[in-house]
Design a binder for this molecule. Structure first.
Ligand code: SAM
Length: 286
């Protein structure tokens, strides 16, 4: 079976199966072999590795992953893609295809069943409409994951690396920075996909920390506070948290915590660092 990573082979497969790219599933198929090779290289895949791929589509990136990895587990929501994958991946005996919504999957359970709970590498050209829930889920689920190498919108990749003072700093930046070391690998132009997305894309690799760079007593509480703080980002932290659905507490308690931290009581959440959110969480959790 020929590699799919070019326009003619991609169109041929879509025509053979009578399919078109489904917008509702965020289907943009890669058609550039250089980009595909670079994704696999960026993820540092060897034959020792088991890879979890999210959204294999017609199997374009999956072919490269099957060549490089010991084993590949691919999770695809669109059932119309399953016969396509069985055809395009028929040369490989190291692939397991799962027809599921990745957001409904228990990833730790899956890694236990498929890889004896040994850490996997996640690689994906993600569906852009659900990038944030997928990344947050992977990070917060405590699954055995060594690293995550994903194609996402360029703006989202930049947001992951922002700090206080940037308008793009938010709950996603803090989660990525708490759980991982991020490295931007490349920018990818719309003409590398069929159909072309409206935005530039980027490949980013997140290496999951064994020990997070910041200590906090109750991690779940800290992330509830972070979500609450950014629900209405232009409000003061006191106002956002006292009205938040993610975390709610009295204004007096928040004011006392900020005073204890030596912070201005009118500070906004977007001005706090990860270390300061950890300290705030430890004080409020007492
Ligand atoms: N990997 C292919 C490639 O690079 O050409 C396709 C990537 S395309 C951007 C995203 C893929 O994710 C599509 O195949 C889509 O059907 C799949 N997808 C969308 N939502 C999903 C979900 N919730 N769970 C699993 N797969 C999903």
């Amino acid at each position: 079976m020929a590699f799919l990573g070019n326009p003619s082979n991609t169109n041929e497969i879509l025509n053979k199966f009578g399919l078109t790219a489904q917008k509702r599933y965020g289907q943009n198929f890669l058609i550039d072999s250089n980009v595909l090779e670079k994704i696999v290289k960026s993820a540092g895949i060897t034959k020792e590795d088991t890879v979890l791929e999210i959204g294999p589509g017609i199997g374009t990136l999956t072919q490269y992953l099957c060549e490089a990895a010991g084993k590949v587990i691919a999770v695809e929501i669109d059932r119309n893609m399953i016969p396509v994958l069985e055809y395009t991946l028929s040369d490989y005996d190291n692939i397991t295809i799962i027809n599921e919504d990745v957001l409904k999957l228990n990833i730790p359970e899956l890694v236990k069943e498929q890889n004896n709970s040994k850490p996997v590498k996640v690689v994906a050209n993600l569906p852009y409409y659900i990038t944030t829930p997928i990344i947050m889920g992977l990070l917060e689920m405590d699954a055995p994951i060594e690293n995550i190498t994903v194609m996402i919108q360029k703006e989202v990749a930049q947001r992951m690396q922002e700090g206080p003072g940037s308008k793009d700093y938010g709950a996603l930046s803090l989660a990525v920075q708490y759980y991982s070391q991020a490295e931007m690998k490349m920018i990818v132009k719309p003409n590398c996909f069929i159909p072309r997305p409206n935005v530039d894309s980027a490949v980013i690799r997140l290496d999951i920390y064994d020990n997070p760079p910041v200590q906090v007593k109750n991690r779940a509480l800290m992330f509830r506070i972070i979500k609450g703080a950014f629900e209405q980002r232009r409000k003061t932290l006191m106002n956002s948290l006292s009205h938040s659905s993610a975390y709610k507490t009295d204004k007096d308690k928040i004011e006392a915590a900020l005073v204890e931290m030596g912070k201005n009581v009118n500070i906004r959440g977007e001005e706090l660092t990860l270390e300061e959110f950890a300290l705030l969480s430890d004080i409020l959790g007492q």
